[in-house]
Write a protein that binds this ligand. Structure first.
Ligand code: 7TS
Length: 424
């Protein structure tokens, strides 16, 4: 990023980070689309993958493919060793006390569902409440609707204020009303970019006797996150949003909670002793990993941890913060453009509306220029209702995005507005 950018005066200090060099690690980003450079601004949906991750998956299949945790031959031992090494890397990535607290899942969605089944359905009673917020992704809403219905529990919601932050007084009031057994909150909104004060929320929830689940789908990919620092009881995230492959994610859960929870899925590998009528379960975390896991994607996720660690998480987060500030300012400066969310701490999901242009039309127009953004309700229909719109546009940034890509977006938005009859 240019040091001369007026909205990011600290850029010069970070000149050692070279996003142009980093982009060369990503084969997808080298492409042109309809003769134009690909401008990929849909990173909140999924990030692109560096060669290192792609090669790790290929290399696994080419050298040591085997099922894990069951055979004694050398391929199986190597595959198991590598799979379990990634569990240690995942624990280190989020500051968990032990790899026993790391359950591999398919992604955030499965992690939340696991807790909703294995914890909530076992421990919630009629009259209990689950505290959520209006900005939750459907993945951190629907599982709780289902679990609450099954247990006879209720749901309570913290409203979103006009600046895109949570109504913290309402959060406190819900806790004070009693009966809340779990607060489930996103750390970073995939629509507004808002970073919620999860550490404070967790402390307050614990004081009220509630557990805390953090949806880390957006945060874990874009800022350093430590479960110890946050003081949360559960945290779920997805590998594919942080340069890893699809189909692999992580659920962190406190070991003592995992010990008391029922299994989620039943089948091979999650058992200790199996009888015809009754069975006992494997040690945690294996009790929660029934069947053949996604070994290759776990290996790829391990490569993603290594890659991002090498670039430096603080460096990447600082660069993204500057680029986000720049993107928000650039879009806000355009006539007829409204950016949603103005939280003091925010990530790189930048949702906006263009006067008189339907979000889907805009996304299609931008696609004609090789610019990939998302349009729609972004799996946050209740939040759309709070914003008073059926859909938004969203540009979402990663550390390999450039200031010139933001300029390309802004220029295309201006042309789209003119094209649809609202321009200057
Ligand atoms: N929670 C949040 C905050 C998310 O942004 C997403 C995915 C999920 C949960 C679900 O993650 P998954 O990997 O299990 O699917 N968000 C988006 C998005 O914003 N656009 O596409 C997917």
């Amino acid at each position: 990023m240019d040091a001369c950018c007026p909205v990011c005066p600290s850029a010069a200090r970070r000149s050692s980070f070279d996003p142009r060099a980093v982009r060369r690690d990503f084969p997808v980003l080298q492409q042109t689309v309809r003769g134009r450079p690909l401008t990929y601004l849909d990173n909140a949906a999924t990030t692109q993958k560096p060669s290192e991750v792609i090669q790790a998956v290929c290399q696994y299949y080419g050298t040591c493919n085997a099922n894990v945790h069951r055979a004694f031959h050398f391929l199986a031992e190597e595959a198991t060793r590598r799979y379990e090494e990634v569990r240690k890397s995942a624990a280190a990535w989020i500051g968990a006390g032990s790899p026993r607290e790391i359950v591999f899942t398919r992604g955030t969605t499965e992690g939340v569902n696991l807790v909703a089944h294995a914890w909530a359905r076992k421990f919630l009673k009629p009259g209990d409440a689950i505290l959520l917020t209006e900005m939750e992704h459907h993945s951190n809403l629907i599982p709780w609707q289902l679990a609450a219905k099954a247990a006879g529990a209720s749901l309570r919601f913290v409203p979103v204020l006009p600046d895109g932050t949570l109504d913290l007084d309402a959060f406190a009031a819900h806790l004070a009303a009693g009966g809340v057994r779990l607060a489930a909150v996103t750390q970073m909104s995939n629509v507004l970019g808002t970073v919620n004060p999860v550490r404070d929320l967790a402390a307050a929830a614990h004081k009220a006797g509630a557990l805390v689940l953090v949806d880390g789908a957006q945060s874990v990919a874009h800022m350093p996150v430590s479960v110890r620092d946050l003081g949360c009881d559960f945290l779920a995230f997805s590998g594919h949003k942080m340069c890893g492959p699809t189909g692999i994610g992580v659920l962190y859960a406190r070991a003592d909670l995992l010990e008391t929870m029922d299994p989620f899925l039943g089948g091979g590998e999650m058992i200790d002793r199996v009888g015809l009528e009754e069975s006992t379960w494997a040690e945690i975390p294996h009790k929660f990993e029934a069947g053949t896991p996604n070994v290759s994607s776990a290996i790829g996720l391990g490569a993603a941890f290594d890659y991002l660690n090498r670039l430096g998480r603080d460096t990447l987060a600082a660069y993204e913060r500057d680029l986000t500030r720049h993107a928000v300012a650039a879009l806000r400066a355009l006539p007829g453009v409204r950016v949603y969310g103005d939280a003091p701490e925010r990530g790189g999901a930048v949702s906006f509306a263009v006067d008189g242009v339907h979000p889907h039309d805009l996304a299609q127009f931008l696609d004609g220029d090789g610019i990939a953004i998302r349009a729609g309700h972004l799996c946050c229909q209740p939040l759309m209702r709070r914003l008073g719109v059926p859909a938004v546009n969203r540009a979402s940034l990663a550390f390999y995005n450039l200031e010139e890509e933001v300029a390309r977006l802004a220029d295309a938005v201006v042309r789209a507005r003119a094209y649809f009859g609202h321009g200057p």
